[in-house]
Design a protein around this ligand. Sequence first.
Ligand SMILES: Cc1cc2nc3c(=O)[nH]c(=O)nc-3n(C[C@H](O)[C@H](O)[C@H](O)COP(=O)(O)OP(=O)(O)OC[C@H]3O[C@@H](n4cnc5c(N)ncnc54)[C@H](O)[C@@H]3O)c2cc1C
Length: 426
Amino acid sequence: MKIILLFVLYGVIPGFQFTLFLLDMPFFGFFDAVNYFFSIFSYYFILNHILITLKLPFLQKWLPYDRMVKFHVVSGTSMAIGLYYHVMDKLVRGKLIDLLTWVMLALFTVLYVLAVLWIEAPGVRRLRRALLRRLGRKNLAPYDRLKKLHGFAFVLLAFFSFLHIRKAGVLDSSFTFAAVYPLIHLVLVLGMFVYSWLRKLWLPRFSLVENSQIHDVSVLAFTPVGRRSIRYKAGQFGYLKWNDPMLSHEEHPFSFLSSPSDPLISLGIKVLGDFTQKTAQVQAGSIALINGGFGNFIPNYAKGKVCLIGSGIGIVPIVSLIKDMARVRPEHEVLCFLAVNTWEDLLMEYEIKQVAKDFPALDLRILIYTEDGILYSTEFFRESIANPQDYTYYLCSSMPVRTIVLKALHELGVARTQFHFEAFSY
Ligand SMILES: Cc1cc2nc3c(=O)[nH]c(=O)nc-3n(C[C@H](O)[C@H](O)[C@H](O)COP(=O)(O)OP(=O)(O)OC[C@H]3O[C@@H](n4cnc5c(N)ncnc54)[C@H](O)[C@@H]3O)c2cc1C
């Protein structure tokens, strides 16, 4: 479904618009056609670029936020190619470039450079690190500030690009669809953008019941204030925002440690930077907003046996999943590996052991590094999993552990398509 929707948004709609545009032209040269192709496709790419990253749970089913971020990087790069080609072509052919085009080009260039410096986007990780090293900084600016700037600048770019295609005559079509649909698409996307911001004002409030510290992890338990709560599935994540002027106004993503049937909503948050440090000090009674659930780290039971692998703080969504499975799919065979440093790092040792007792179809192996010294490796999986090719794998860990697990299971004949993972970074 996701692929079909993306194909419609990024291929069929702009393709249809482009075809109608050409049908309307009595004569066109090849380079003009290429130019209009880039104009029309870039316009829709800019709008869809906004659409696929809106934090709206109803869009999640078709456009899962966490998976869309990588696609968002690819569509951004395609836009860059389109926009630069468009301007280069005009320059080479001695055509006039109007002020609006220059503004769009400058805005897009700034946005692209900021995006490269902002996140460890696939394909530009090295470039980002090299640039930041040159600047002598760890980050360009706080993550959230760059994110907001990026989002609003894109909305501006979308509006300018509408003015641009209107001026270029793309909307002067004798076909109704070609003449009006670009505006409808713009209104729909901007409408959803505004709705996603307004919706944040109405998010349910949660009161912090407990904040316990386990080494560098805060385990937070929340209860809804009033009757409104959120709906989420085990394995998903939500955005946490503290409703306190003394605390940061940023929102950060965290997987649910609780499962949907638990009376309280809980999160396990490892201290990393500013936000997580402040969160570690938040007192019971503080009010938070949680936006979710998002993400598709949800096993496909129809595919047969499931193997869950977690390590470090990556055990959070796995714990949520086994608790949920014990309740809703107690007959489904599940193999689960949890690897942490100490027993305390399991975060919910008692609950996990209780689940294992009441869920006979669960084959749970807990690795405590300070006791058994075992790390995930090819040998380990060879000894622990009979017929590794029979499973679908769901992994949540740091990037280096993910690389080790992927390599190990690949050596045991598991195909790449049998892996799904939750990355705690975009
Ligand atoms: C889908 C998902 C689920 C996650 N689940 C958990 C979890 O269950 N437990 C846990 O401890 N951590 C989780 N994380 C990671 C967590 O969001 C970051 O560690 C946290 O936001 C860091 O914030 P900071 O200000 O303390 O650190 P910083 O030093 O500011 O950030 C460190 C890194 O975290 C990432 N980051 C920071 N802010 C954001 C943001 N607003 N949105 C996305 N990424 C950001 C960036 O890559 C950044 O470079 C998850 C991340 C994602 C994307």
